[in-house]
Design a protein around this ligand. Structure first.
Ligand code: ATP
Length: 218
């Protein structure tokens, strides 16, 4: 079985995460996707919602979607004082599951292009495959020659590679383009605009109830 982790800040989780992930699961044959919320994202501004609120929104979002589960290892109390680096999480996962189990890490194209800023990015593929979801505004190619060479070296278009090998491949999925970002959602809510259609109803309700992102409380 190919385990899939989908890391993110999820501040908040939205349909730009959910719809591509569902399509990816169908395309690649994933039976489970573990959402992996990070505590202190190393590459971007800190979340506005608390860790508890982000986790609550994830739980609400997936409550009627059995494809998804949540992996809380990066937000466990002992990890709360330091940034969560994906490479550390992957190494820990390998340590627990052994060398032969299949592991895939899901990300959007923007994250792939940003990879050279990640800790030990070049050895990520020693531990997992990378499954890349399309994202509006981002192409498959990059002007970073080192990254481009690395992608070309490891890219596969054969889904069987993902199931027959435990790690080592990059796969560009044909997932739907969803023009949604958490930044835009937070900004819209700050400006008192509804984002009802961009995320699951239970998550929208929670945001309003908590007055998150300066939302008008119900
Ligand atoms: P922010 O706007 O705060 O930067 P975000 O919307 O990019 O947040 P994250 O939680 O940071 O959401 O993203 C987690 C992962 O989901 C990343 O790999 C990101 O590339 C991917 N992702 C987020 N939104 C989309 C989208 N609309 N389409 C495809 N992938 C996405």
């Amino acid at each position: 079985m190919l385990t899939a982790l989908f890391g993110g800040t999820f501040d908040p989780i939205h349909y730009g995460h959910i719809y591509p992930a569902i399509a990816l699961a169908k395309e690649v044959g994933l039976t489970k996707i573990s959402l992996l919320p990070n505590h202190i994202p190393p590459h971007k501004p800190q979340p506005e919602a608390t860790t508890t609120q982000r986790l609550a929104m994830l739980n609400l979002a997936i409550s009627d979607m059995p494809l998804f589960s949540i992996d809380t290892r990066e937000i466990l109390p002992q990890n709360l004082t330091r940034p969560s680096y994906t490479i550390d999480t992957l190494q820990q996962w390998r340590h627990q599951h052994g060398k032969l189990s299949g592991l895939a890490f899901i990300m959007g194209q923007d994250s792939l292009l940003n990879l050279p800023t990640w800790k030990d990015w070049k050895i990520l593929l020693n531990y997992c495959h990378l499954l890349i979801c399309r994202r509006p505004g981002y192409t498959e190619n990059t002007t970073d020659n080192e990254l481009q060479a690395w992608i070309t070296q490891h890219q596969t278009t054969n889904i069987h590679d993902l199931h027959n090998f435990p790690a080592g491949y990059i796969y560009f999925a044909h997932t739907p383009l969803e023009n949604i970002s958490a930044t835009e959602i937070r900004q819209n809510i700050h400006n008192q605009q509804s984002c009802k259609n961009l995320l699951p109803p239970k998550v929208w309700h929670y945001i309003c109830e908590q007055g998150l992102y300066n939302a008008k409380k119900n």
